[in-house]
Design a protein around this ligand. Structure first.
Ligand SMILES: NCc1[nH]cc(CCC(=O)O)c1CC(=O)O
Length: 337
């Protein structure tokens, strides 16, 4: 079974993980490296936001290789998948996810709250930028790109006081010892699907579909489908940064799906927050539909609450400096990607 993977350390680690699980079922695997536009533009330094399709750059080349029959399986970070389905491709497995939270890697072991106003905090994610500003700490939030090693290197070499990353990526790379703070989702809701993998194959490849189904974790699938349904619903009317996190919990009357979401103005001064929950049947077969319905309903509520108007804040000036009035507490680089 040929497994397509991007070349980055994170991607090959994730694909090797899936390969090992398939090997455990008695099927041999081969990793096939696919060079993606996203990786290429990283090499040339062209910002990701200017690459052909900002969300899909890491995904489309792998899907093309899958459809062309060059590989049988494609492994992606689920949060990098566009919400629109791809013709001829099925999400065959969503394995059990890692801790979905974001983390801080800061100098001197500091937490965000311990960093003095004006501290330079790096992230290229509009979702993290907005939520960092919303903390009101007067941080100088600056754009940042590159792989996990590069980002951590910026802190070690003093160019940034801190960076914000997905805990899952660090965990998969064995770098959790770098973490100086795990961010509470109340303050930093992760991206929809963060910490989960997406394992895709061709929709007509029954043999691979059946094998990959054994890697699927229905609770994770339900959670990420709910999160992505929020995103898909909001995308219809708004381009604001969005965070969403769902969790399947065992209630008194059976399983329940809990969902929280936020949409923010890019500068973090306005936010629409909502949560919802839904009882689930005992039988996992029905969870996907229930999760999607829950996410769509929450997304529509957020649109009713004004989530679509948050975009207009994109052209407004950045928030004023903190009361400490540190000159570098003002950021001009927050609107990347
Ligand atoms: N945006 C790139 C990306 N895609 C997936 C991960 C980490 C693994 C995951 O979230 O599943 C990362 C790095 C990061 O956000 O820190």
């Amino acid at each position: 079974m040929r497994i397509g993977t991007r070349r980055s350390a994170l991607a090959t680690t994730q694909s090797s993980h899936v390969a090992a699980a398939i090997n455990a079922f008695g099927t041999a695997t081969e990793l096939v490296e696919i060079n993606t536009d996203g990786d290429r533009s990283q090499a040339t330094g062209i910002p990701i936001s200017q690459a052909a399709s900002a969300t899909g750059v890491f995904v489309s080349a792998l899907r093309e290789a899958l459809l062309a029959g060059e590989v049988d399986v494609a492994v992606h970070s689920l949060k990098d998948l566009p919400t629109t389905p791809a013709d001829g491709i099925t999400l065959a497995a969503v394995p059990m996810r890692e801790d979905p939270r974001d983390v801080v890697v800061a100098r001197d072991g500091l937490t965000l709250g311990e960093l003095p106003p004006g501290s330079r905090v790096g992230t290229g994610s509009p979702r993290r930028v907005a939520q960092l500003h919303a903390l009101g700490l007067g941080l100088d939030v600056a754009g940042l790109r590159g792989n996990v090693d590069t980002r951590i290197g910026h802190v070690r070499e003093g160019r940034y006081d801190a960076v914000v990353l997905a805990r899952a990526g660090l965990s998969r790379l064995g770098r959790l010892d770098e973490v100086t703070e795990v961010l509470d989702p109340l303050q930093m809701l992760p991206a929809p699907g963060q910490g989960a993998l997406a394992v895709e194959c061709r929709s007509d490849d029954a043999e691979t579909l059946a094998l990959l189904a054994r890697l699927d974790d229905p609770a994770t699938r339900a959670a990420v489908l709910a999160e992505r349904a929020v995103l898909a619903t909001l995308e219809g009317g708004c381009s604001a940064p969005i965070g969403a996190l769902a969790d399947l919990v065992e209630g008194e009357d059976g399983p329940e799906l809990w969902l929280r979401a936020v949409a923010l103005s890019p500068d973090g001064t306005l936010a629409v927050r909502r949560s919802a929950s839904s009882p689930l049947a005992e039988e996992p077969a029905s969870w996907s539909d229930a999760a999607t319905i829950l996410g769509q309903a929450l997304g529509r509520e957020m649109l009713d609450d004004g989530a679509a108007e948050l975009d207009d804040r994109a052209s407004s000036p950045p928030p004023p400096p903190s009361s400490n009035d540190h000159p570098s507490a003002r950021s001009a680089e927050v609107h990347n990607a």
